[in-house]
Design a protein around this ligand. Structure first.
Ligand SMILES: [Cu+2]
Length: 346
């Protein structure tokens, strides 16, 4: 937001905002200070010329590919791509992301408990292999999650036998590079018997946390701090927003509910490295299903801890109109973008 202002105005405002933010939890707009603005500019300027951009990726920016998913009984046929697509993860900072289907996080996949997944990965990357590791399945990973060569495709079959909110990611070495460069997402396996609170829920959304590092810099990904920590949403129902993991995505496209609604979030922290302390300001979670399994039912939680790859279903009721921000309660990560908002109206 400061990027469109003069630099001196930004310095003055940064100081003021930082002072104010120290006083109030309510003030959780992501604030990028001027030094990290400059870092971003340097990163951006260097990204195109940087040796970190794989030679064969220079000039490659593949259009997003819609998710292709079809069902025949309990057999689900899922076709996805591995592809190189530019994503503007912060104002004027384009990241040449390694992605599934041109989104980061990748597209939301929803199946039913017990479904057999027939998964095909088309690797559109001209230079390096990619793969798919669904946390929702049991398989021998050297076979079921095997690498697919550039310009090739591979098909894998496995069953989604347990309900939950699971991470998926590329599992090709070095895995950290593939995940941190954008190859992650969420698969929801809907429980056969539903959740005991299904009948109470009025609105439901998907929220994903991920973090970004210096462009394709394995050293920084391994030993450094994330440059951005972000929350995104994927459309679970028609007309819902569907965003990438970009700074301010869920401030620019807030979620919505009505007073009295019981709201359900399917949440997952795809990392790759950091944990999430998921919290909605101004309410608490009446019902929580850790990892999205109905057997893991908790009540009355203020904050839900999500390890890297961990998921949950969280439910809360909004009793008054207003703007409810949700954050990872590790506020250094809020400074880097880890905040969104839910607007509640009469
Ligand atoms: Cu990959």
């Amino acid at each position: 937001m400061f990027k469109r202002m003069g630099i001196h105005t930004a310095i003055g405002l940064s100081a003021l905002v930082l002072l104010l933010s120290a006083c109030s939890e309510e003030n959780v707009e992501p604030q990028t200070d001027v030094s990290s603005d400059l870092d971003s500019t340097v990163q951006q300027a260097s990204a195109e010329k940087s040796p970190e951009v794989i030679e064969a990726h220079h000039g490659v920016n593949q259009n997003p590919t819609p998710l292709d998913i079809e069902r025949e009984g309990s057999d689900v046929y899922i076709n996805m791509t591995a592809q190189i697509t530019d994503i503007e993860i912060d104002d004027d900072y384009n990241y040449k992301a390694w992605t599934f289907n041109g989104e980061a996080p990748g597209p939301l996949v929803v199946v039913n408990e017990g479904d057999t997944i027939h998964f095909t990965l088309e690797n559109m990357d001209p230079s390096i292999p990619h793969s798919m590791d669904f946390h929702a399945v049991h398989t021998a990973p050297d076979k079921g999650f095997a690498d697919v060569a550039p310009n090739d495709e591979g098909t894998f079959v496995y069953q989604a036998s347990s309900p939950g909110v699971f991470m998926y990611h590329c599992g090709t070495d070095p895995v950290l590079s593939h995940i941190a460069n954008g190859m992650h997402g969420v698969i929801i396996v809907q429980p056969d018997d539903g959740y005991p609170t299904d009948g109470e829920v009025d609105k439901e959304y998907v929220i994903i946390q991920n973090e970004w590092y210096k462009y394709n810099d394995l050293e920084n990904m391994t030993n450094g701090e994330p440059s951005q920590v972000v929350l995104s949403t994927k459309a679970l129902h028609d007309e819902q927003p569907n965003t990438n993991g970009t700074v301010g995505a869920l401030l620019d496209e807030p979620l919505e509910a009505k007073v009295g609604d019981k709201v359900r979030f399917y949440i997952n922290n795809v990392g790759p490295n950091e944990v999430s302390s998921f919290h909605v300001i101004g309410t608490m979670f009446d019902d929580v299903y850790i990892d999205g399994n109905p057997a893991n039912h908790q009540e009355g939680m203020q904050t839900v801890g999500l390890p890297a790859s961990g998921g949950a279903v969280v439910e809360f009721t909004v009793k008054e109109p207003g703007t409810y921000k949700f954050v990872t309660h590790q506020f250094n990560h809020v400074q880097k973008g880890g905040v969104g908002k839910l607007i509640v109206t009469e």
